[in-house]
Design a protein around this ligand. Structure first.
Ligand SMILES: [Zn+2]
Length: 317
């Protein structure tokens, strides 16, 4: 049975726009919080799993942030601006703690370079501290696929596995989508070649190229796409990547169509370990544009050569 997403887009619980301190170091966290606070699936899940969040320092500080933010009066509490630094400090403290299941303790304590890496570090740190198989926070972002691999030579099926993904990197796709349908298709299925170096066919009794086909079996509440603007082999001005304002997809064995709409766009200027962000977020039908620590202006979502990430949120079908 395919899994379905229980939480739907609800403008009533999307907070009004806000400004967070955007100091060096905590800038990625600031941008992520701005994006995630216009995703009801995220805030609802944090509030629903409070005991789980409290098991890590970073989880607890995100819970504190969301609680403060949802319960605020019309005047924003002044100290909410400082939360990006607080969350970063707690993230790095957690990440530096020894992980008894890992042989490598050093990688996790290095500050991540990109927004996507920061989100993945937060999710994995929260999950690791919980000592629990359930991963409710990661679930909000997790796609699940069935992947079947067949031998390119004899056509026989050689393996069938399930796989997970948090983010979809547009540059890893062989064809760049340019329509709503093609963009939606990148989530539902893909076909790619597995090189003979990584694929052995028992029927042919030799390494053969494999053809892998992935089919979506679970679609999360929040879908994130990243664009590899840091890859310098293509100039940025050639990277005015298309993205749509909505996505329509369905999971395997379900005729229900899931609709998503864009709720955030992040542009990044400069190198991956520094630079400057412009963040656009959707609040009750209006797009707000954050540029550094200034008050937001009105804006709109549109593809630019500096777009690094776009975020979609599920809409009630
Ligand atoms: Zn074969």
């Amino acid at each position: 049975m395919p899994e379905t997403s229980p939480i739907y887009y609800d403008p009533a619980v999307v907070p009004s726009p806000f400004v967070l301190d955007s100091v060096a170091g905590a800038r990625d966290i600031s941008v992520l919080l701005q994006c995630l606070c216009c995703c009801p699936a995220f805030t609802k899940q944090v509030l629903r799993h409070q005991e789980y969040m409290k098991k890590s320092r970073v989880g607890k500080s995100i819970l504190n942030f969301v609680t403060r933010y949802i319960n605020r009066s019309l005047d924003y509490p002044k100290d909410i601006r400082r939360f990006p630094s607080i969350i970063l400090t707690n993230l790095m403290k957690d990440a530096r703690q020894e992980d008894p299941d890992s042989d490598n303790h050093t990688d996790r304590s290095e500050q991540p370079e990109t927004l996507a890496d920061t989100l993945l570090l937060i999710l994995s740190t929260i999950a690791l501290a919980s000592h629990d198989e359930a991963t409710p926070m990661a679930d909000v972002f997790t796609h699940r696929y069935n992947i079947t691999c067949a031998c390119a030579k004899c056509g026989g099926v050689t393996s069938s596995v399930g796989e997970y993904a948090y983010l979809i990197n547009i540059d890893s796709l062989e064809q760049r989508p340019t329509t709503v349908e093609a963009f939606s298709d990148t989530i539902m299925h893909s076909v790619y070649t597995v090189s003979a170096a990584d694929h052995y066919c028992e029927s042919c009794k030799e390494p053969c190229d494999g053809i892998a086909q992935s089919v979506l079996t679970r679609s999360p509440e929040i879908i994130m796409y990243t664009f590899d603007i840091y890859n310098t082999s293509t100039p940025r001005e050639c990277k005015n990547y298309y993205f749509p304002d909505r996505i329509i997809c369905s999971v395997l064995d379900s005729c229900t169509q899931l609709e998503y709409r864009i709720v955030a766009q992040v542009e990044h200027f400069g190198a991956d370990n520094g630079g400057h962000y412009i963040t656009r977020t959707l609040h009750d039908g209006i797009v707000f544009c954050f540029d550094g620590g200034d008050s937001p202006s009105c804006g709109r979502f549109e593809p630019t050569e500096d777009t690094y990430m776009v975020i979609y949120h599920i809409v009630q079908p």
